[in-house]
Ligand binder design. Structure first.
Ligand SMILES: Nc1ncnc2c1ncn2[C@@H]1O[C@H](COP(=O)(O)OP(=O)(O)O)[C@@H](O)[C@H]1O
Ligand SMILES: [Mg+2]
Length: 504
C-alpha cells in the first residue's frame, strides 16, 4: 500500500472509532438517564400512594371517632345510625353486632350484606373484643374496617364498615392526587389495570412504575404514566438517531473530501509528470535541427564541398533547419504566453490563399524528401477573412507537422480551405496512425500526448494542439477532429467570417 493511501485510511478509521465511541457514550448516557428517570418516577408514585393512605386513614379515624361518640351517647339505639350515615358519605355499608355476634344494624339487608354479616363476627378473634383497636378484613373483595365500641352502659358492640368506592375515588383519591403536574401523571388502577382514577386518558400513555397502596387499599395500586411521545426514553432514542445521522453525514463529508483531495493530488502528479516529459521532449526537439545546422555548417567551413549544387543544397538545409528551430521556439514561447494569459491577437482582414501557401512552403522540402503526396485545395471564391495571419499560420503549421509526424506507410497530406455556412474551414488531413476515439477530446489538453506517444517513437512537446485550440477560440471559432486509428485523421479549424476583434 502506498503511503498516500495510508493517511486517508487512518483519518477514516479515526472517524469511525470516534463515531463508535460517541455512540457508546450516548448509549451509556441513555441507560443512566433511564435509571434516573425510573428512580424519580418510583419516588413520585410512592409519595402519591403515601398521601392517599394518609388522607384515607385520617378520614377513617374521623369516622371511627364520630361512631364512637354516637354509640357512647346515653340512650343510643341503632335507629340513630341512618342519620349518622347521611353525614358520612365515605361509608358504604355499616354493620353493628353485639357481643354474641348478633346483628344490631341494619334492620333490612341484601344478599351481599348477608355474606358479609355471616363472615364478619367469625373473623374477629376473641381477644379483639377486649381492645379498642381496629382491624381490616377482606370480605368478598371489599376491605372492611372493624372496631369495638362501648355503649354508655359499657356493653361492647362491633362496628364494621366498608367504603363507598365512588366516594373514595372522587373525594379522596382525586382530591389528594389533584390534576397532573409536569409531563408525567399519577393514576390509581384496580387489579385488572382499569383506571379507578386518572387525570388523563390512559390510552397510548406509557406506564413507567406501579407501587402498592398497602393494607389500606390492597386491591388498588398507584401507577405513574408518561403521555405518548413525551417519554424521556423516546427523547433519548431521538437524540441517538439524530447523533447517528449527524455523524454519518460527517463521515460522508470526510470521505467525500478525501476523495476530492485524492483526485486533485493525482491530477497534480499527472501534470508534474507531463511537464517533466515536456522539458525532455522540447530539449530533444531543439537538438535535432541544431546538430544538423552544425554538421552542415562545419562541412561547409572545412571547404570540402566543391560541387556548387551540393553546396547550395547544404545552405538550404541550414536555412530550413533554422526555420524549424524558430518554429519550435515560437511554439514554446507562444504556448507559455497562452499559459500565462499574455498572448494577444491582431485580427485583421487577411487573404487566405497566400497564408496557406506560405505556410506550406516551409514544409516543401520535408514533404518531398519523405515522399509525401501533398494535395492543396483552396476555394477560389474565398474572400479575405478576419484573422491573425501569424497565429493562424502557426496553427496550420502545427497541424501539418503532426500530419507528417504521425503518418506511417501511407504518406499523404491534404490541405483544404473553403467557405462553409458563413465560416472559413481550414483542414489538414492525413492517412496516418489515427487517434483512438477516447483520446480525441484529450489531445487538445496541454502536454497531453496519446500514450505519451513514446510507443510511436515520435518526439513532441504536447503543446501543439493546445496552441491550435487557443488560436481558433481566440478568433471565436473552434477546432474539430475526425479520426480513426490506422486510417488517418482530419483536423479542421473553423473561423467565423464576420469581422471580430479578440485578444487572449
Ligand atoms: N495527425 C495526427 N495523427 C495522429 N495522432 C495525432 C495527430 N495529431 C496529433 N496527434 C496526437 O495528439 C497528441 C498531441 O498533439 P500535439 O499537441 O501536437 O503534441 P505533439 O505533436 O508535440 O505530441 C500527439 O502526441 C499525438 O498523439
Ligand atoms: Mg505537434
Amino acid at each position: 500500500m502506498r503511503l498516500s493511501a495510508v493517511a486517508p485510511l487512518a483519518i477514516v478509521l479515526a472517524a469511525a472509532v470516534l463515531a463508535v465511541l460517541g455512540y457508546l457514550s450516548l448509549r451509556q448516557w441513555q441507560a443512566t438517564s433511564e435509571l434516573l428517570f425510573r428512580q424519580q418516577s418510583r419516588e413520585m408514585a410512592t409519595m402519591a400512594a403515601e398521601k392517599v393512605r394518609m388522607v384515607l386513614n385520617q378520614m377513617e379515624d374521623e369516622i371511627v371517632a364520630r361512631l364512637r361518640a354516637a354509640v357512647g351517647r346515653p340512650g343510643f339505639t341503632p335507629d340513630a345510625l341512618p342519620a349518622f350515615l347521611a353525614d358520612a358519605p365515605l361509608v358504604g355499608r355499616l354493620y353493628l353486632f353485639d357481643r354474641r355476634g348478633h346483628l344490631l344494624f341494619p334492620a333490612a339487608f341484601t344478599d351481599r350484606d348477608a355474606a358479609a354479616i355471616a363472615a364478619i363476627p367469625g373473623a374477629i378473634p376473641e381477644s379483639f373484643w377486649e381492645r379498642e383497636g381496629r382491624m381490616r378484613l377482606g370480605v368478598g373483595g371489599e376491605t372492611i374496617l372493624a372496631t369495638v365500641l362501648k355503649t354508655a352502659a359499657g356493653a361492647p358492640v362491633l362496628a364494621a364498615f366498608s367504603r363507598d368506592p365512588e366516594v373514595l375515588a372522587r373525594d379522596i383519591i382525586a382530591r389528594t392526587l389533584g390534576p397532573r403536574a409536569g409531563q408525567s401523571f399519577v393514576a390509581v388502577i384496580d387489579e385488572q389495570g382499569r383506571p379507578v382514577y386518572s387525570p388523563e386518558p390512559l390510552a397510548g400513555a406509557e406506564r413507567v412504575v406501579i407501587v402498592s397502596l398497602g393494607a389500606e387499599l390492597p386491591s388498588w395500586r398507584v401507577a405513574l404514566y408518561q403521555p405518548a411521545g413525551l417519554s424521556p426514553r423516546e427523547a433519548a432514542r431521538r437524540q441517538i438517531t439524530l447523533f447517528t445521522a449527524a455523524f454519518g453525514l460527517l463521515l460522508l463529508v470526510i470521505v467525500g473530501g478525501l476523495a476530492a483531495t485524492w483526485r486533485l493530488v493525482r491530477r497534480e502528479t499527472q501534470i508534474a509528470r507531463l511537464k517533466s516529459d515536456f522539458v525532455a521532449n522540447v530539449s530533444h526537439d531543439l537538438k535535432t535541427p541544431l546538430s544538423l545546422i552544425r554538421m552542415f555548417g562545419e562541412t561547409l567551413e572545412m571547404g570540402r564541398v566543391t560541387d556548387d549544387r551540393q553546396r547550395q543544397e547544404y545552405y538550404r538545409v541550414i536555412t530550413r533547419e533554422s526555420e524549424r528551430l524558430s518554429r519550435l521556439i515560437d511554439n514554446v514561447l507562444d504556448f507559455s504566453r497562452i499559459d500565462g494569459g499574455r498572448r494577444t491577437y491582431d485580427i485583421v482582414p487577411t487573404a487566405v490563399e497566400p497564408l496557406v501557401r506560405d505556410t506550406l512552403e516551409a514544409f516543401d522540402y520535408v514533404l518531398r524528401q519523405r515522399g509525401f503526396a501533398l494535395t492543396v485545395r483552396i476555394d477560389p471564391g474565398l474572400h479575405d477573412a478576419p484573422l491573425d495571419g501569424g497565429a493562424v499560420a502557426q496553427a496550420l503549421a502545427n497541424l501539418i507537422d503532426n500530419a507528417i509526424k504521425y503518418s506511417a506507410d501511407r504518406k499523404s497530406v491534404a490541405v483544404e480551405a473553403r467557405g462553409e455556412a458563413g465560416r472559413l474551414a481550414l483542414s489538414v488531413a492525413d492517412e496516418g496512425i489515427g487517434i483512438p476515439r477516447v483520446e480525441q477530446a484529450r489531445i487538445f489538453e496541454k502536454f497531453y500526448r496519446v500514450g505519451r506517444s513514446d510507443t510511436q517513437g515520435r518526439r513532441g512537446s504536447g503543446v501543439g494542439l493546445a496552441l491550435v485550440r487557443h488560436v481558433v477560440e481566440a478568433h471565436g471559432g473552434r477546432v474539430t477532429v475526425e479520426s480513426e486509428p490506422g486510417r488517418g485523421s482530419r483536423f479542421t479549424l473553423w473561423f467565423p467570417l464576420g469581422t471580430r476583434r479578440a485578444t487572449a
